[in-house]
Design a protein around this ligand. Structure first.
Ligand code: SF4
Length: 265
């Protein structure tokens, strides 16, 4: 194909036994959807590179996308978990004490309130308590707050566990919290329930405004494209946000004269 990244990746490495393959994919993390080239060697991902030809990111990616494969190879059973000290003390009483015990230090994340416990023991405690609540109060006594970022397989397992095993339909996800407000806003202001624009509109803008949006952290590629456009065309930018975010400072670094920060929301 026309993509030099792909042409540079032979199916097998000469003089070695390593079987290498390349796949064009998309970063799974945020809504920007950066094009990524995944290289697999002997069944393991060895690199994830930004796709230069992708119309969204043009060869750029943030650190989240560049390291997206790493969590796949972390052994989650390895290393100790943090458990609240008083919860662990209660659990170690005869018959595990009060299974509905609520920590007295809930809400505080000071190191002194925690003990490190082998992963197996900590997850065993959690599993035991979930089973206890499901048996005592029914499956719907347990809720799960999931994520729109989960893979299809992850969503399937989540639903299987909650509905099929626990008998609970109390499942919510950030996707609804986020999109309910956004869609209401889109309808009211733009007359459409989807964001009615394309990324290439960024480079056509005469002015860019962000409302409560720290694009530099949340959607870095959008910020970089907007910042690049500002630098080239010197367009004014407005960030409405009570915080003095990286987006505010990034635009100010380019031109403080036409970078407005409105610290309200
Ligand atoms: S901006 Fe970062 S997290 Fe979002 S899709 Fe691109 S690489 Fe992934």
């Amino acid at each position: 194909g026309a993509n030099p990244e792909l042409e540079a990746a032979p199916a097998t490495v000469e003089g070695s036994e390593a079987a290498r393959s390349t796949a064009i994919a998309q970063c799974p993390y945020c809504g920007v959807g950066c094009g990524t080239i995944i290289q697999v060697e002997n069944g393991k991902i060895v690199s994830m590179r930004p796709d230069k030809d992708h119309p969204t990111n043009y060869g750029l990616q943030c650190i989240k996308g560049l390291t997206a494969a790493e969590p796949m190879y972390v052994d989650r059973m390895e290393g100790d978990s943090y458990v609240r000290k008083d919860v662990w003390e209660e659990w170690n009483k005869p018959d595990h004490g009060d299974l509905a015990y609520v920590s007295k230090t809930k809400g505080s994340f000071d190191e002194e309130h925690f003990v490190r416990v082998p992963y197996e023991q900590a997850s065993n405690m959690v599993a035991h308590k979930i089973a206890h609540f499901a048996k005592t109060h029914g499956g719907n006594s347990i809720g799960l707050y999931g994520s729109g970022q989960l893979t299809m397989e992850g969503q399937y397992l989540e639903n299987l566990f909650m509905k099929g095993i626990l008998g609970s339909n109390t499942i919510e996800a950030n996707a609804r919290m986020c999109m309910t407000s956004a869609v209401t806003g889109y309808f009211a202001t733009l007359g459409s329930d989807t964001p009615p624009l394309a990324y290439e509109d960024i480079e056509l803008c005469d002015m860019i405004m962000h409302f409560g949006h720290n694009a530099r952290e949340s959607h870095p590629i959008i910020f970089w494209r907007a910042a690049d456009h500002k630098k080239k065309k010197d367009i004014p930018t407005v960030v409405v946000d009570p915080r003095r975010t990286g987006t505010v400072m990034g635009y100010e670094d380019i031109n403080p004269e036409n970078s407005v920060h409105v610290p309200i929301l």
